[in-house]
Every structure is written in structure tokens, then in C-alpha cells.
Write a new protein. Structure first.
Length: 243
């Protein structure tokens, strides 16, 4: 898929949801539990520029969980969000990001993370169908993952939901229809989600490149031009990341 096709697909997605949101009572979209008010969200920076991350063991999911809990308490929030194109030292703990099909060390995040409680509901942000699902095991990996396929105005794109609970993969079938805002799973804990503090990884993908149940969520600097093009900023649908 060439650059022109990516640009066209990006515009189709953006224009469709700009129109849909104008006809709704909100100017943003939820990807987790709608009972959590947008006022209870706080942006968070976990890039290598955050000196606070040098004060605890970033390889420990329990210490990460404590850091997230303290952060939420500090800002009187229930959800901490952010991370698109953040360069993170977090991935140094796992060989998952230094091997495989991608060139170079991968440390640039391609989606948005929502750090919140275990078992928080995860919602389909766009109507579509289940493309694939898989338990991507291993430290640093996604754990249980669902990919949805969406078709709008003649264009196809995908959304990926990673770090889910094992139960999220039960009673699900490829090709199963999902509605906008329908619950598709729940946030998983460290024992199943790749050994992270509980969170949802949400990513938009234009070309899955033949992947099923998995797709790179972190890029090397060498591969970033392609992945930045293929995985646009989720804020084109979410609409609140910079609010």
C-alpha cells in the first residue's frame, strides 16, 4: 500500500468520525468503560524524558502498578492515558523488542495506553467485526489481544486492543459483528498481560501486512516512517488526547 493510499484511508476515517461526532452529544469517543467520566482522565508521560521513572525498578510490574496508582491519586484521576510515538526505556527489559522481523531496537510506542483498574471494560471504538484474536504470551508482549476490522466508504482499517484478560478471548469468533461502543473484553492483570501494570493498548492500523491476532505496537527509529504512516494517531477518533 503506497503513501497515497494511506493518506486517503486516514482522511476517510477522520472525515467519517468528524461527521458522526457532530451528530452526537459528545465531541470524543470512549474505548473503555463509559461510566468513567472524561474528567477522571489524566495525561501521563512515561517516555525516557520522565526522570521519575529512574526512581523505581521499571522492570517490575508491581512497582509500575504502584507508580500508576500514586499518579492517579496525585491527579485525582481514574485513568492515565497517552503514549503515541513516545520513546520509552521500558522496553529495554524484554528481548521481545530486540528480536524478530523488525530492524533495530524497538522503543517507540505506536498506540495509546489507558492505565486503569484490572477488569475495566474495553469497548469497540468503531463498529465492525472480529478480524482475529490471540494470546500473545511472554514478558513484554500483549498477552490476550483482539483485532477488529472496519469498513467505511470503501476503505478497510483495523483497531487493536492489547493487554486484555484471558476471559476476553472466550466466546468470541472470527467474523463476529461488533457495534460501536460494544464491550469486547476487559483489561487484564500482570499475570497475563505481558507483565505490565494493568492497561489497555489501543492502536489504529491501516494495513495488517498479513498479521493475525498480533501486530507490532512498538517501532525502532529506523522503521518509524513506515509505522507512523501505517498506524495513525488514535486521536483522529478519540478526540481528547490533547484536551
Amino acid at each position: 500500500m503506497g503513501r497515497g493510499s494511506h493518506d486517503r484511508n486516514y482522511k476517510v476515517v477522520k472525515n467519517h468520525y468528524d461527521k458522526e461526532l457532530r451528530n452526537s452529544d459528545k465531541n470524543y469517543k470512549f474505548v473503555i468503560d463509559t461510566s468513567i467520566s472524561i474528567d477522571d482522565y489524566a495525561p501521563i508521560n512515561i517516555s525516557k524524558s520522565n526522570s521519575e521513572l529512574q526512581q523505581f525498578d521499571v522492570s517490575s510490574s508491581s512497582e509500575w502498578s504502584q507508580y500508576i496508582e500514586n499518579y492517579l491519586n496525585k491527579y485525582n484521576a481514574k485513568v492515565a492515558y497517552g503514549g503515541y510515538l513516545e520513546e520509552r526505556d521500558l522496553y529495554n527489559r524484554s528481548s521481545h523488542f530486540t528480536s524478530g522481523e523488525n530492524s533495530g531496537n524497538r522503543n517507540i510506542h505506536l498506540g495509546v495506553d489507558f492505565w486503569c483498574d484490572v477488569n475495566t471494560s474495553v469497548l469497540a471504538i468503531v463498529r465492525g467485526k472480529v478480524h482475529s484474536f490471540k494470546n500473545n504470551k511472554g514478558v513484554g508482549n500483549y498477552g490476550p489481544t483482539i483485532i477488529l476490522e472496519h469498513y467505511i466508504q470503501g476503505e478497510t482499517f483495523y483497531t487493536l486492543y492489547g493487554h486484555l484478560s484471558l476471559e476476553s478471548l472466550e466466546n468470541i469468533e472470527v467474523g463476529q459483528s461488533v457495534e460501536d461502543g460494544e464491550k469486547i473484553g476487559e483489561v487484564g492483570g500482570a499475570s497475563v498481560n505481558g507483565d505490565y501494570a494493568p492497561h489497555l493498548h489501543f492502536q489504529i492500523i491501516e494495513d495488517l501486512q498479513g498479521h493475525s491476532g498480533d501486530y507490532p505496537g512498538v517501532s525502532s527509529s529506523e522503521d518509524l516512517p513506515f509505522y507512523q504512516d501505517n498506524c495513525p494517531n488514535p486521536n483522529i477518533i478519540l478526540k481528547f488526547l490533547n484536551s
